[in-house]
Design a binder for this molecule. Structure first.
Ligand SMILES: Cc1cc2nc3c(=O)[nH]c(=O)nc-3n(C[C@H](O)[C@H](O)[C@H](O)COP(=O)(O)O)c2cc1C
Length: 173
């Protein structure tokens, strides 16, 4: 698929067919994430693939808001960074977020549906703590978000987009 078409037609998919995602496709998703830019080329990301239902259920019980559909996904990817590889703490979240967008776009290009699941707000440390327990994360590995993935079983309705004139300023605000 043409890159611009891929970017402009990607949508969040929250309903999936039961069909498993083959290992070579999972590898392509991870490689797409690894090719993202990162501050000082630090590549601090760690991706944890989850396919076991009991782990998914634990995760769903921790992160209950707007994410129960994750239990039905054939694949979850927990997207984290390794604090010991961080060269600029200010960029930790950004580094993972750009890698996540690469994975979302790669998923779309490969005919998969995916959804970004955020909400690991430092203001709610209990969620992060329970998630670390469910995924057996060492202390230096910090979770940023989850991606749920599978072969799509829905076509989302068109979404409201802001007008370009609202978001684009030229030369100055
Ligand atoms: C930082 C972030 C957090 C998100 N968290 C959730 C979430 O917890 N649950 C969910 O269903 N969707 C979540 N989404 C997906 C958004 O709801 C979705 O991207 C938005 O509605 C636009 O729709 P689209 O992705 O189809 O373009 C999140 C997206 C981002 C970027």
């Amino acid at each position: 698929m043409d890159a611009l078409k891929c970017i402009n037609t990607r949508r969040s998919i929250r309903k999936y067919k039961a069909r498993k995602i083959p290992a070579d496709i999972v590898k392509k998703l991870i490689v797409a994430g690894m090719n993202a830019p990162s501050s000082f080329n630090s590549q601090p990301w760690v991706f944890i693939t989850v396919t076991k239902k009991d782990t998914m259920n634990k995760i769903a019980s921790v992160k209950s808001q707007r994410s129960q559909f994750l239990k039905t996904a054939p694949l979850l990817i927990a997207c984290c960074y390794d604090e010991s590889r961080s060269k600029s703490p200010a960029h930790d979240l950004e580094n993972v977020a750009v890698a996540v967008e690469n994975i979302l776009l790669a998923a779309h290009a490969l005919g998969l549906g995916a959804c970004y699941i955020g909400g690991f707000d430092p203001k709610f440390p209990d969620i992060e703590k329970s998630m670390s327990k469910a995924l057996k994360l060492p202390k230096k590995i910090k979770i940023v978000c989850l991606i749920s993935l599978g072969y799509p079983d829905e076509s989302p309705k068109s979404k409201t987009m802001r007008k370009i004139s609202e978001v684009l300023r030229k030369e100055h605000y």
